[in-house]
Structures are given as C-alpha cells and as structure tokens.
Design a protein around this ligand. Sequence first.
Ligand code: G3P
Ligand code: MG
Length: 245
Amino acid sequence: MKPLIIAHRGASAHAPENTMAAFDLAIRQKADGIEFDVWKCGSGEIVVTHNRQTQALSGTAGDLQTMTLKQLRKLDFGRHKDPKFRGERIPTLDEVLDLAHGLELINIEIKGTELRSRGIELDVAEKILRHKLLRRVVVSSFNPTILARLQDLNPAIRIGLLLYEKSPMPLRRGWSAKLLKPFSIHPSFALLKKKFVELAHRKDQKVIVWTINDSAQLETCIQDGVDAMITDDPAWMYDALHNAP
Ligand code: G3P
Ligand code: MG
C-alpha cells in the first residue's frame, strides 16, 4: 500500500502555512490528510498557527496566549508568503475541522513546551468529539505531558508522539511505552530507520514521517515501509507516487 500524503501546515510550499488557503489547496492537490499546529489564545479559542509569537507570520508583534481571537483576526497571515494571499486570517480549529472532515487523516499538532497547557487538551478533545472525527484525527505533540493528559481524558483519542534529533532519549527509545500508548510515532526524516518502522509495526503503531520534500527522501520512506509522509508540497508527492514511471 502507498503511504498517505499529509500536507504539512497545509500545502505550505504554495500557500501561506496554516491558513484556510493552504488547507483548501491541499485538498485540491489530492492530499490524503493535513497536518497543522494549534495553540489556545488569550480569549480561550483554539487557533491554528505555528508560532506563539505572531511577528514572523503576520508582521505584527504579539503573544497569542495573551491576545483575544478578535485581536488575532485583525492580523494578516497571508501577506508574508505572497501579496496575492493578503487578507488570510488565522483560522480556528473549528473552521479547519469543518473544511477537513472528509480527509482520511487529520493531524492536529498541539504546540507548547511548558508543563502547564492551560487546558488545551480538554478543548481539543471536545472538538474532535463534537465534529465526530475520532476515527480520522491523530493528535501529535513533542510534549509527552500533553499527550499523557489527553490519553487520560479520553483513551479513544488517537495520539502521536513527535520525535526529532534532540528529543529526550527515553522518548526516542520508547521507555515511556508504559505510560503512553501512541497510535502513531512521528519521527523526523533524520531519525528514520527501517528497524524503527518494523519495531513500531510490531507494536501496532503507525509511522508518520516529516518533512519529506525530495525524491531521495521519498524513496527511503517507501523502502522503509512508512505509513504516511508529511510534505510541504502534496502536488509534487502525488505526482511522484502516482504518475512517475
Ligand atoms: O508534525 C510534524 C512537524 O510539523 C513538526 O514540526 O515545527 O513543523 O511543527 P513543526
Ligand atoms: Mg507541525
């Protein structure tokens, strides 16, 4: 079976990351799923964007954890990519789930490295249930505390453990397995090894790799038998998987 194509922050190679334009494009480019990043803003809504600080993507300085949704909505999250995307607003989790409900895999990544998460797990869990997306969503995080809390709240919610080169050794070696029962493991490409995939599959876990943007990486993923690949450019990946000789 071919691995699933998951659009990283939407089709972020061609549209501003984590915006409705990027998610809409990913769907049109035949991605099987989308990945996006979430935070809880100052007024309590769950918003979709990568950085807690708004400066880099909107050009206006701010900390979204102290800003209301109304304040955040005034910022332009499209212009940094290209003037033609001027006016793209920060989406809410509800809006993205409404758009993405037909996709095979919806990967919500909860951001935040602090121990206190301001209750974001409860909000995310409630949205997944309200949108009836239990079977399509996986919630990933680099923060194992967030995943453990989510698992505690509702063991039916699928959690995904994000790993990269600097992740603590206990997580990379699976020593947390007694506490965390992830549905999937999400290694960076640098951590990918065939043995790693085989071990995960023996434990009935899926392997979702990020971020795959060239043919050599794609070939390795296929050889290693991964289940899904997160890419900035789903159109390129679709072509490489389905149309290449
Ligand atoms: O979920 C994979 C990837 O998105 C993790 O890193 O920084 O792009 O959110 P980042
Ligand atoms: Mg992410």
